[in-house]
Design a binder for this molecule. Structure first.
Ligand SMILES: [Zn+2]
Length: 232
């Protein structure tokens, strides 16, 4: 692996030699950069070429996925804002009564048994998870309808916390979604699911992929941008 420093970013890249006259630079969905270089080119020459294309490479890396923004730390105390389906709610923690979570007039009310205060985070996470599962499945059912020509049916959903991504999919067609996605509105959820369904047809983020995605969801860029601004 070689690398160059482009502004504040380090661009790592791998070199593959081939019988060809010109250099090709590929940016893969996992952000890795692959150079397919003429056999006689030197590493120094290649580094210069990468620097020259630096702006494009960084842009490609950023474009692939709507990444999870870093969420400010939550303390799970009354007065804090928490999101659900694109709306902001103010957290209200109540003691006494049976453990429950309820949405009420702009508030997300967590009721806990006495002396269970430290459980707010846990109770809330369980509530989010249950609603995420239900909502993701219903959005999936809607989204696959647009893929009837491709004969794609309801795909199994796995809910899994991921550090930087909202969604991904396995080669076997399992769609993995971040439970945090339930904090975004239904259209954003539909965007992530549609994106992953498109991957079942086209694995990489090439021109055909974006053409397909635009066919299935013409306004996807709006929702991707919304996602990038969420949670902050
Ligand atoms: Zn993707």
């Amino acid at each position: 692996m070689d690398s160059v420093q482009y502004g504040s970013k380090t661009i790592d890249f791998k070199i593959k030699r081939a019988v060809r006259k010109t250099l090709a630079i590929e940016v893969h969905p996992d952000s890795s950069v692959q150079l397919i270089a003429p056999e006689n080119s030197t590493v120094e020459e290649l580094k210069n070429k990468v620097l020259h294309r630096g702006k494009w490479i960084v842009k490609q890396q950023a474009y692939f996925e709507a990444f999870l923004p870093t969420t400010p730390k939550r303390e799970y105390v009354s007065g804090e804002s928490h999101y659900y389906l694109g709306r902001r709610y103010m957290l209200k923690v109540k003691q006494g009564g049976d453990t429950s979570v309820k949405l009420k007039a702009g508030e997300i009310v967590v009721t806990l048994k006495p002396n269970e205060h430290e459980k707010v985070k846990e109770v809330l996470a369980a509530w989010y998870y249950t609603h995420a599962k239900r909502k993701f499945e219903s959005v999936m059912a809607l989204a696959v309808e647009k893929f009837s020509a491709e004969k794609i049916e309801n795909q199994p959903i796995v809910i899994k916390r991921m550090n930087r991504r909202w969604g991904s999919c396995t080669p076997e067609g399992k769609i993995i979604l971040n439970p945090e996605l339930i904090k975004a509105n239904a259209k954003c959820i539909e965007y992530v699911i549609t994106h992953e369904l498109c991957h079942l047809i086209i694995a990489s983020h090439n021109k055909e992929f974006y053409k397909l995605l635009s066919e299935k969801m013409p306004d996807w860029e709006n929702w991707k941008m919304k996602l990038e601004k969420l949670l902050s």
